[in-house]
Each structure stands twice: as structure tokens, then as C-alpha cells.
Design a binder for this molecule. Structure first.
Ligand code: BES
Ligand code: ZN
Ligand code: ZN
Length: 482
């Protein structure tokens, strides 16, 4: 991304983008001002939210096209409006087969930074699997800014690019088909992506999973021909104060196992590794941004399949913590693998804070819909911080309760605990309470991303498929952690 303060009128580009408020001036640049006045002479364009106008070869600018994007009323225009506007501009540029784009970035800093984010995120195409890739991403994105602010923006660009690249990396992993990301392949892909970063990776194979008594992870993986593994990614800056453990659910395909899921939602269950994708991408991003905390990513990777060797409803499995679990349903596999991963992270690294990210329950998606994640924590400060980061990044989170008396739901007559509640009600809470049995003393939050991890509709800056949800959220949280 380029930050320029050269003469806007002389700027040669295929597409110049100018945001326009309905009731105020966005840009104080006289060149942009003149162009906006021209745009406003057309009755179909008033700067209202979502409105667009394209002018071709305007006399007063060297750009081939100028795209005016209506932002609506200034007071209502939060960063997300700008993120979305920039994403939309990228789609227009891609559709018009342009290789470069210039944004007019003279507004409030917060709005311009959001546009930068929307532009990089919106430049992502997900057409790897097509024989013919018709569209090409834009190769040169520039922002035209006031000379006095040029240095400040130049300093911000690196971070924005890193976090957006991380998000796109997570999206691509989640969108990848399950035959191309079975646990061994997904592990290799992560190791490759982390290759040149300041990260240490330990790949724990089946033998070592057994050695560490992670029988819950083994049980979930026992139905698949591809054996489970666990990646531990360690980011350790020279100087740090806090150690954070991030655990990501990495079920590369969740068929439900012996409690096989019905056909309709099966294909979408390639998304069940979105937590692991978000955590891996967060570690890579954190190392690129040189974040000042030690971060340990723990990724249990496994495929949940039915077979003659699969774990069964009724089985009792001993977890790494020593606690035994009665299996009520083999489709409640995420909490099993997280239980072992959480125990491992606490035992090996005694983190100050532990956050797990998981596409854990359909119930959470039912409660909060497809765009908002549920946050479960006893620590109101921690959940408050995550909700605040969610508001800022628009990776929205909502704090959910973990009432102690609901613990009855996961009581077992025969083992220490059952992996599902006796009824369907409060399924997201039952799952969180299950996980809580394995954390106890640690400062912990669980983020259920079953809703927002994957989208079957494109939005302004994200194509259909994996959304990369969690990367921008966690990076923002880490940056603000003291
Ligand atoms: N991976 C699913 C949850 C899920 C649902 C993720 C929708 C993304 C979108 C999870 O493993 C699961 O199957 N959960 C069951 C739990 C039940 C058996 C107690 C569910 O939500 O139905
Ligand atoms: Zn499941
Ligand atoms: Zn699952």
C-alpha cells in the first residue's frame, strides 16, 4: 500500500475513490471538493449511505474513473461504514479489471484507517479451485492523504497490512475443502506459513499425544484414517511480561462421528477448524507485528469420522487432566479435544491468560445469529476487553453467562462428567461449563465462533466462505493488553 500526498489532480489511476457524506464534507482537498460538486449535480447521487456514482474521464482529474461512495450522515458513519465502502470500491476495481486504485483519504484518521483495512480485506478473491481464474486482485492500492499526516499513515500501514494478511490466511484455510486439509496436511500448511517468522513450532504426533495421555483427542480422531496431531506454536519476544495461551479448535471435518450429522449441513463442517486457523494466523501476525507478549498457540487437529474404530456414545474417556468423560454424543467432539489442549497448555506453560476459540455449538449460532460470537468468562474484565475489541474491529462478541447451577446439565451417573447436556436447551452454556471443568484457576475466556466463522453470503469486504473471524479481534486485544 502506498501513501501519497502528490497532486491529486495529476494522479494517473484507473480508479479514484472519493467518499461523500450526505450532510458534511469528507475531504478538505480542493480537487476532491470540485469533483464532489460535480457528482452532486446528478440527481441520483446525494451521498446517502450505499449510493454510488461513477464518472468517466473527468476534465479536472487525470484519473480514468472516479467512484463516489455515499457514506450517509456524518454522525452515523462509524469505522465499519468506511471499511465496507472501501471493500465495495475494491469489488468495483476488480470488476473493471483495474490493477490500481487510489483512495481519497483526507477524512478523520479513524475513518481512513478503516478504509485501508476494508481495501486490503476486500482485495481477497477465493477462486483457487477454479480452472480459470477470471478476476485478478488489484496490485497497487494507494491512499491520498494530507501532507502533514503522511508519515503517521505510513507508520500505520505495516500493522494494517499484517493483520489483514493474517485474516486472509485464516479465511483461505477455513474455505479450503476438507480433503485438502486433513490433520497432517493442515499441520504442514501451518508450519509452512509460519516458516520465516520468529516462531517455534512443536508438532506433537499420535505417539506423543498418547504419551501425554490426551486420550480425548485420540478418541475423537480414532474414526479417521488420518491421525490426530497437536501443533504448539510459541511466539517468545526477547522481552515480555505476560504469557497468553490461545487454543484453537481444529476439527478439519466434523461429520458428527457415530452420531452422524444430517446431510444438509455436512459440507459446511469443513469450517470446524476455524478456531485453529484464527489462532495460527494470529500467532503469525503477532510475530510480524512484534507484539510484546509471549503467546503460545495450541492447536489440536483432528478429523471426526464414523468408522469401525470410531469412539462411541456410551464410551468413557479419560482426559489428560485425569477426569473421565461419558460420551453422550460423538458430535460434541470439540469440547473433548479442547479439554486436552487446555490441560496441556496450563501444565506446560502456566499462562497468565488462556483464551480458546472454537466453532463449538450450533446453539451459540442459534442464540446470537451468524455474525456475533459468544464470550464466556468468569472474569468480567477479560470478557469486557474482548467485547470492546470486538466493537472496534467489528468482529462482534457478546458476553454470555455461565451459571453454576446449570452444571447439573453435564453431570454423569457413571463418569466424572458427560460431554453433552441432558436436554438441548442452553447448549452453548453447557459446552462452556464443560470446558470450565478443565481450567479452574486460570484467567480464561472461551469464544464460541460457530456463527461468524463462516458465511454463505459475501459481504462488502469478505467473499463467501471463511471469514477469518478472530484474527483482528485477538490482535487488537493483544495490542491493548498490559
Ligand atoms: N462443530 C459443531 C458446531 C457447529 C455448528 C459449528 C454449526 C459451526 C456451525 C459441533 O461440534 C457440534 O456438532 N455441536 C453439537 C453439540 C451437540 C451434539 C450437543 C451441536 O451444536 O449441535
Ligand atoms: Zn460436532
Ligand atoms: Zn465440531
Amino acid at each position: 500500500m502506498n501513501i501519497t500526498a502528490d497532486d491529486l489532480a495529476q494522479m494517473k489511476t484507473g480508479l479514484l475513490v472519493i467518499p461523500v457524506y450526505e450532510d458534511a464534507t469528507f475531504s478538505r482537498s480542493p480537487v476532491a471538493g470540485n469533483l464532489v460538486s460535480r457528482a452532486m449535480t446528478y440527481p441520483e447521487f446525494k451521498g446517502g449511505a450505499g449510493e454510488e456514482l461513477m464518472l468517466y474521464s473527468p476534465e479536472d482529474a487525470a484519473a480514468e474513473r472516479v467512484l463516489f461512495l455515499g457514506i450517509g450522515k456524518k454522525e452515523k458513519a462509524d469505522p465499519e461504514v468506511f471499511r465496507a465502502a472501501a471493500g465495495k470500491a475494491m469489488s468495483r476495481a476488480i470488476k473493471a479489471k483495474q490493477t490500481d486504485i487510489v483512495f481519497c483519504g483526507h477524512g478523520k484518521k479513524e475513518s481512513v484507517l478503516a478504509m485501508m483495512e476494508g481495501a486490503v480485506l476486500g482485495n481477497h478473491l477465493s477462486d483457487f479451485y477454479k480452472k480459470e481464474r477470471k478476476n485478478k486482485p488489484v496490485t497497487q492500492i494507494a491512499f491520498h492523504v494530507d501532507k502533514s499526516k503522511q508519515t503517521a499513515y505510513m507508520e500505520a500501514v505495516g500493522g494494517i497490512q499484517a493483520v489483514c494478511k493474517g485474516t486472509i490466511m485464516a479465511r483461505d484455510w477455513v474455505s479450503a475443502p476438507p480433503n485438502d486439509k486433513r490433520p497432517d496436511m493442515f499441520a504442514r500448511s501451518i508450519v509452512k506459513a509460519a516458516d520465516r517468522e520468529n516462531l517455534t513450532i512443536v508438532d506433537i504426533d499420535e505417539r506423543n499425544i498418547r504419551k501425554n495421555r490426551m486420550y480425548a483427542l485420540l478418541a475423537v480422531g480414532s474414526g479417521s484414517d488420518t491421525k490426530p496431531r497437536m501443533l504448539v506454536i510459541d511466539y517468545r519476544p526477547d522481552k515480555y511480561d505476560k504469557t497468553v495461551a490461545l487454543i484453537g479448535k481444529g476439527v478439519t471435518f466434523d461429520s458428527g462421528g457415530i452420531n452422524l450429522k444430517p446431510g444438509s449441513g455436512l459440507a459446511d463442517m469443513k469450517q470446524d477448524m476455524a478456531g485453529a486457523a484464527a489462532v495460527a494466523a494470529t500467532l503469525i501476525t503477532a510475530s510480524r507485528m512484534e507484539i510484546g507478549h509471549r503467546i503460545i498457540g495450541v492447536l489440536p487437529l483432528v478429523e471426526n469420522m464414523p468408522s469401525g474404530n470410531a469412539y462411541r456414545p456410551g464410551d468413557i474417556i479419560r482426559t489428560a487432566s485425569g477426569k473421565t468423560v461419558e460420551i453422550g454424543n460423538t458430535d460434541a467432539e470439540g469440547r473433548m479435544i479442547l479439554a486436552d489442549a487446555i490441560s496441556y497448555a496450563i501444565k506446560q506453560y502456566t499462562p497468565d491468560t488462556l483464551i480458546d476459540v472454537a466453532t463449538l455449538t450450533g446453539a451459540c449460532k442459534m442464540a446470537l445469529g451468524p455474525k456475533i460470537a459468544g464470550v464466556f468468562s468468569w472474569n468480567d474484565k477479560l470478557s469486557g476487553q474482548l467485547v470492546a475489541s470486538g466493537r472496534k474491529t467489528f468482529e462482534r462478541c457478546w458476553a454470555m453467562p455461565m451459571p453454576d447451577d446449570y452444571r447439573d446439565m453435564i453431570k454423569s451417573d457413571i463418569a466424572d462428567i458427560r460431554n453433552v447436556g441432558k436436554s438441548r436447551w442452553g447448549g452453548a452454556i453447557a459446552a462452556a461449563l464443560f470446558l470450565s471443568e478443565f481450567v479452574k484457576e486460570v484467567n480464561w475466556a472461551h469464544i464460541d465462533i460457530a456463527g461468524p466463522a463462516f458465511s454463505d453470503k459475501a459481504n462488502a469486504y469478505c467473499p463467501v466462505g471463511g471469514t477469518g473471524f478472530g484474527v483482528r479481534l485477538l490482535i487488537d486485544w493483544l495490542q491493548n493488553l498490559q
